[in-house]
Design a protein around this ligand. Structure first.
Ligand code: SF4
Ligand code: SF4
Length: 224
């Protein structure tokens, strides 16, 4: 988990990234989705993180499909955990709760921002040698088809949606970190990594915890 300064630096870099570079890469790769459904399975994506606006929308038609996103980065001395958003619940096999037995999305027309943007992305990640650089397409050569013709207009629209998603994601993370710093300061408590690791270990054993989830404007208390 990145700290506030690192997240703000990432957002500043993202804002400087030339949109035409992303458009060019989209055009060159020519990715075409074959609707195989792999990206909705545990094998491809550990969990599907939702932007706050998507979580709000999901709450209106299937609130039981929300869960606090895993990997809680903070906890307080009372043992409460904090996380920056919600994720989609999974089935017993780890696949998305909305994936049906024929590997199709049950709510395709209502699917979420990340489901629409995938596999496009625009954030910096280390490669297998640890070199950090921009990544634009997830799981390149592991799914879909390539070298299809994509019109300039479509490339521009994919790039626009991808950058909008990544910007909103970083803004949500930054807002969460600022809210945590403010809350801990107001409560006069301090985050202690060692204690947090012990709490996480206890949670892994019991599977039970109180988690405060950032919903874009405040924390929502959830019991897991
Ligand atoms: S909501 Fe639909 S498209 Fe999105 S991960 Fe789940 S099954 Fe896939
Ligand atoms: S985006 Fe890729 S993994 Fe997901 S359905 Fe399309 S081809 Fe399959």
């Amino acid at each position: 988990m990145q700290n506030l300064k690192e997240l703000e630096a990432e957002l500043a870099l993202l804002k400087k990234y030339p949109k035409e570079n992303l458009e060019r890469i989209i055009k060159e790769v020519g990715f075409s989705c074959t609707c195989c459904g792999k990206c909705c399975t545990k094998a491809f994506n550990g969990h599907v993180f939702l932007l706050a606006e998507d979580a709000r929308r999901l709450r209106t038609f299937s609130p039981e499909s929300l869960m606090p996103a895993p990997d809680f980065p903070y906890s307080d001395p009372s043992g409460n955990f904090y996380v920056s958003g919600y994720a989609l619940k999974t089935q017993e096999n780890g696949d998305c709760v909305f994936l049906d037995e024929t590997r199709h999305c049950r709510i395709y027309d209502q699917r979420f921002t990340i489901c629409r943007v995938y596999p496009y992305m625009l954030h910096r990640e280390p490669d297998c040698r640890g070199k950090i650089d921009w990544r634009q397409i997830s799981g390149l050569d592991e799914h879909g088809e390539y070298d299809h013709l994509i019109s300039d207009e479509e490339c521009a629209e994919i790039a626009r949606q991808t950058i909008a998603y990544e910007t909103t994601f970083l803004e949500q993370e930054i807002a969460f970190h600022k809210a945590i710093l403010q809350k801990f300061s107001d409560d006069g408590v301090r985050f202690v990594r060692k204690d947090h690791d012990l709490r996480l270990r206890a949670f892994l054993k019991t599977g039970k915890a109180t988690v405060f989830v950032w919903d874009g404007s405040g924390f929502v208390k959830e019991e897991v």
